[in-house]
Every structure is written in C-alpha cells, then in structure tokens.
Write a protein that binds this ligand. Structure first.
Ligand SMILES: *Cc1c(COP(=O)(O)O)cnc(C)c1O
Length: 441
C-alpha cells in the first residue's frame, strides 16, 4: 500500500467529533476507506458496472470478503461488480448510517426496495408482521397483496396506543412496523414506548424468535428524528423524498446494527434492487449537504401554514405535529428533535375539508385540488414530498386509492383529507395561494 501523503494525514487527523451534524452532512467522513478521493473537493461520480481485478487471487479474495464482515471486518473493499458494491453507494451509506445514528446503512433502488429488503431478511413463511393501521400506500399493498402469497401474515392495528401490542402479538410475530408521523394523516406513535414493550417481550424469546422494530422515517428525515436513538432496531428511508431533496433521483436505505449488514448485502445481490451510482452521487453531493438548511426552512414555513389552516373556517381539522392540542403533540415534542436539540415537527401537513357527509368532503377535495392544479403557482398537484416545490395531493382519490371507500376510516383516512408537503418557496406565497384556492369550495 502506498504511503499516505501529508495531506491525507492532515485530513485524516482532524477530530471530527467536535463539529455539529449540520456540518458533518456537508463534509461527511473526510477520508473514506471506500475510495481515496481526498484530492477531490466533490466526490467523483464512479460509473462502472464492473471492476478490473489484478489477479485471480484478488478476485477470489473479493468474493470471499463480500458480505463477510465478521471475518474480514470493514477493511477497504475489493470492488467486483456494481450489484455487490461500488464507491458512490458505499460512501453514501457511510454518511447515512452516521446521520441516522446507526452502525451501518445499505442502500436500495427505491424506498420500496429498502422496505421489501428489511422485511425480507426478518421474515419467512409462517411469520407475522404487525403494523400501524395507517401506512404508505405501497407498503400497505406489499403487506396485504403480496405477503399472503408467501404465507406471511399481516395484522394492522392502532399503534398510537402501544399497549395494544400485548393484545395482538403472537409467538409468530417477528416485526413491528410503523411510520411516525404516519402517512398520510400524520398520527404520532411513541417510538420509545413501543421499543420498550418489544424489549420486554424479547426477554422470553430465543434469538431466532426475536421481534424487531422497524420504522419508516421518510417523513421526518434524520434532521427531525432519529428513531434508533429511541430504541428502534431498523430505520428505512425513501431517499427519493426529503433526503434526496430535489426530486431528481429515486433511492432507499435500511439503517441498523452492523450484524445485519452482510445479510442485507446478500439480499440486495440476489433480489437486485441496487441504487444507481449516479443517484447515490446526487444524494451524497446535493441531498445530504443541504438537508439541514432545507429542513429548517420547510419547518418554519410548515408551522405558519398549519396555523393558518387551523384557524380557517372551511377546515374541519389540521394534523401537524407542531400544533399544540393535537393528539400526539407531547410525544412529537419528545421524539422529533433536530441535531441541535430544537423541536422539529417536520414539513408535512394533513388537513381535512369540512363537508356535511364524507361524499361531500370528497367532492370538495376534488374541486379544491383541481383549482390548485391549474391556478396555484406555489402548489403542485403531485405525489411525493421533500421537494423544492410544495406538493399537494388528495389521498382518498390518489395515493390511497387502493383502499376501498368503506375502509377509508379503518385506515385512518378522511374523504376530504389533503396532504401538503412543504417546499422551499417564500411562505407568504404559499399562504396567498391557499387562501385563494380555499375560496372555491
Ligand atoms: C415514497 C415513500 C416510500 C416509498 O419510497 P420510493 O422511493 O417511492 O420507493 C415509502 N414510505 C414513505 C413514507 C414514502 O413517502
């Protein structure tokens, strides 16, 4: 191995721990074993599906080391083929693990790729997954449409009361899965309490029968909430949203304990949902370094918008984790905390239009959305979130259209419910557009 240059020693010698997380998001790890890019200010895009091996022996060594951290530790990897690992993904993963306070991260092609992977490594036929009854639409579809084919049972119930776990858990339960705030109604679940209950239950279970707590932290981003600090085993992300931040790339990640890194790598190798290196590079270069700045602006705007909506006569109620008097406010205050210790209630708002009947509310929802789609400059009718632009959608007719109308309430949804994902605009302009648009109903 070549001797380190003076610059490398200097860079490697910096005590990174004394700097804040906001700054870490920009610099990441100043030196990575994954690749020596210490002379680039911005990491280069590595775009190579396959890697040259100096000898058969090096190839053999590479295959031996792959997904074998127990024996080989985390030493500089021998890259073989993109699907097994390559520099851009690996560098992004190091930074994601760091910011989520996990021991390791494994990236995937999309958020759903990451969710399917973590559930895939934790379950087998005969097992059971318990979840909150309100979930991201495709996660709901994965659990209700696909898993029964593999004889993996799904039991949804109201996790806002964590004591319910005692009533629903069975010897076959392997995973407790939820989002907090939940999509799309922003219900809050107490991560610490759920994790404590599961720890208690695990005391009487063998290693193979342990229950794992998996949390989809997409809505909060690690800026607002780090579930592993509150006792969760795994965090999953759609990097497509707030972490990516610009709506240009899809991606996903699973973050958790080191001992699951190998099996996640093996799963990713064989199921194939690998993150495109160019997308990994974008998220590493643009998404993470701007995360704190974007989130701080979006939270400030979201607080103002939520307060405006909350006092509007045409609105039944607003769910925003930062509004006092809403159910879950105290829990949100406890667990949604930014890197500097401030309450960080996020950039998502859910509000419900008034209507005499659910049918009328839904009709108002459609009318309002159609007006917004054509006349509002600062709100775009589109799914997704964590974008530079404020995005707005009507779950009952869009993201959650898989839920039959008579089951909306069961899934925690309202016919007139609107999901608003705040962007980077001037907040005054969003308020102007909302005020105008609400006049049509
Ligand atoms: C978007 C989203 C997902 C899925 O992520 P993709 O990157 O679209 O696959 C999962 N969970 C939540 C909460 C999301 O918003």
């Amino acid at each position: 191995m070549a001797e380190k240059t003076k610059e490398q020693i200097k860079i490697g010698g910096i005590d990174e721990t004394k700097y804040s997380m906001d700054t870490h998001l920009i610099y990441g790890k100043s030196v990575s074993d994954k690749w020596d890019y210490s002379h680039h200010v911005t990491a280069p895009i590595s775009s190579s599906t396959t890697f040259r091996l100096d000898s058969v022996e090096r190839g053999a060594q590479g295959f031996m080391q792959f997904a074998n951290t127990e024996e080989f530790g985390d030493k500089a990897p021998i890259f073989i083929y993109d699907r097994l690992g390559e520099p851009n993904k690996d560098m992004l993963e190091e930074n994601l693990a760091y910011v989520e306070k996990g021991e390791m991260a494994v990236s995937f092609a999309s958020g759903m790729g990451a969710i399917a992977a973590v559930l895939g490594i934790l379950t087998k036929p005969g097992d059971e997954i318990i979840s909150h009854n309100t979930l991201y639409g495709c996660t709901l579809s994965l659990l209700s449409n696909w898993y029964p084919r593999y004889n993996i049972k799904w039991s949804p119930f109201d996790l806002t009361d964590p004591a319910n776990i005692y009533n629903f858990v069975t010897p076959n339960t392997k995973v407790i899965y939820f989002e907090s705030p939940a999509n799309p109604n922003l219900e809050i679940i107490d991560i610490e309490v759920v994790s404590k209950i599961v720890k208690e239950l695990n005391k009487d279970r063998s290693e193979a029968d342990k229950i794992y707590v998996v949390i989809d932290n997409t809505f909060s981003t690690p800026f607002c909430q780090r579930p592993i600090e509150h006792g969760a085993d795994f965090v999953v992300h759609s990097l497509t949203k707030g972490i990516g931040g610009f709506g240009t790339d899809m991606g996903g990640a699973v973050i958790g304990r080191k001992k699951f890194q190998d099996v996640l790598h093996l799963y990713r190798k064989d199921f194939g949902a690998v993150l495109n290196p160019k997308s990994a590079w974008s998220i590493l270069t643009y998404g993470l370094p701007s995360l704190a700045l974007r989130q701080r602006h979006q939270i400030k705007t979201a607080v103002r918008v939520a307060e405006f909506l909350n006092s509007h006569p045409k609105i039944e109620f607003v769910n925003y984790p930062g509004l006092p008097n809403r159910k879950g406010y105290e829990t949100a205050k406890k667990q949604m905390i930014d890197f500097n210790g401030n309450f960080a209630p996020g950039s998502m708002i859910y509000f419900v239009l008034k209507g005499a009947t659910p049918a009328e509310s839904k009709e108002y929802g459609i009318k309002f959305m159609d007006y917004v789609a054509n006349r509002a400059y600062t709100m775009t009718l589109a799914v997704s979130l964590g974008h530079t632009r404020t995005l707005i959608e009507h779950p009952a007719s869009m993201t959650h259209s898989v839920v039959p109308p008579e089951k909306l309430a069961e899934r925690g949804l309202d016919a007139g419910g609107i999901r608003l994902a705040i962007g980077l605009e001037n907040p005054d302009d969003i308020l102007l557009d909302l005020d105008e648009s609400l006049k049509v109903i």
